[in-house]
Design a protein around this ligand. Structure first.
Ligand SMILES: Nc1ncnc2c1ncn2[C@@H]1O[C@H](COP(=O)(O)OP(=O)(O)OP(=O)(O)O)[C@@H](O)[C@H]1O
Length: 335
């Protein structure tokens, strides 16, 4: 009971505002990377493209996640914003305490140099052709406070850790595609970033080489403690992380969580479960294959059960066709 109520007084406007805020303020997501209701609209030739349409994402420190989604779903746009190369139109995006909406130009430059690292798909975009591998890794350190005497030792350590120590004195055109990407991961980690972004880092490589590059990303995550967010089309890559986030139409739609489960015989196996993402206001997107099957449009009826929520078509909706008369896979209308 509030002080006003205890005293039997009528609450004033401030008191009512305070109560309204307390009721409506949903909890804030926590994490090293937190995006809430993130929007990015591109304007080109009078045409508006909504690349991100209210995206929510939270990534904890030390996590390694994969971001997947169809072409044009907004993956690269998201990475561009989080790595400080692009500025969102609305919403909020925070990385390691940096507010990416309000960050000034100078702070943005410092952020890109020291807080985040980036690996591009195109191997040639990651490295300077006229520098050796070790010189490429040392270069970002010249923009931060790493002492001159430490630069070479740190660069060599990183190359060794990522399995390309033997390439240190070679130039990019003397390296294979996989070696170039592993050197690129070393470059991206030169200034001990908090988060490493990789946009299709294995996109130009064959399967065996992709595995090596992905192993290097995992090693950076495990041994250097850097949080890794990797955009990929490669199912083999996305299956190797504990969490895969799918973006659909500029929003996070589903997540696959993987964990080691032990069955009744004590046998351990990797179990993957897909979840639909619910935002902090309780909003979620029902899969269209479910809603179309049950003719759910505009409004549905919700029922709170003991351990789940039932979602029912409105009474006026046509009844679903009986089993066996349709080609779509089986589904339930309960969420
Ligand atoms: N600079 C830009 N100007 C205008 N529209 C853009 C720009 N960059 C991206 N878009 C549009 O925004 C949407 C999202 O693009 P984005 O590159 O983020 O998708 P993506 O999921 O990374 O795709 P892909 O897998 O093909 O790389 C697309 O419709 C794209 O055409």
């Amino acid at each position: 009971m509030s002080v006003h109520e205890q005293r039997g007084e009528v609450p004033d406007l401030d008191e009512l505002r305070r109560r309204a805020a307390a009721v409506s303020a949903p909890h804030r997501e926590e994490g090293l990377v937190v995006c809430e209701n993130l929007v990015r609209i591109y304007q080109t030739g009078g045409v508006e493209v909504q690349a991100l349409q209210g995206l929510d994402l939270a990534v904890s420190e030390g996590e390694m996640i994969a971001v997947i989604g169809a072409s044009g779903s907004g993956k690269s746009t998201l990475l561009g914003i989080l790595s400080g190369q692009d500025v969102p139109t609305a919403g909020s995006a925070e990385v390691a305490g940096h507010d990416l909406l309000t960050m000034k130009r100078r702070a943005r430059l410092g952020y890109r140099r020291a807080t985040v690292g980036f690996v591009w798909q195109q191997t040639a975009r990651n490295l300077l052709p006229y520098l050796s591998a070790v010189e490429n890794v040392m270069l970002p350190m010249t923009y931060t406070k790493v002492g001159r005497s430490h630069r070479r030792a740190r660069a060599e350590e990183l190359l060794d850790l990522l399995g390309v120590g033997h390439c240190r004195d070679r130039h990019p055109d003397e390296l294979s595609g996989g070696e170039q990407q592993r050197v690129a991961i070393a470059v991206a980690n030169a200034n001990e970033p908090k988060v490493l972004f990789a946009d299709e880092p294995t996109g130009e490589l064959d399967t065996a080489t992709s595995d090596e590059v992905f192993a290097a990303l995992r090693r950076a995550n495990r041994d250097l403690g850097v949080t890794v967010i990797v955009v990929t089309h490669d199912a083999l890559v996305s299956e190797q992380v504990q969490r895969t986030v799918r973006i659909r139409n500029g929003r996070t739609s589903t997540e696959v969580l993987r964990r080691v489960a032990t069955d009744e015989d004590g046998v351990e196996a990797l179990a993957a479960e897909e979840y639909t993402v619910m935002d902090r206001h309780g909003r979620l997107q029902l899969p269209s294959e479910f809603t179309e099957r049950l003719h759910m449009r505009k409004r549905v009826r919700l029922a709170l059960e003991a351990d789940h929520i039932g979602v029912w078509p409105a009474p006026s909706a046509p009844q679903p066709e009986p089993e066996g008369q349709r080609g779509a896979p089986e589904s339930s209308h309960e969420a």
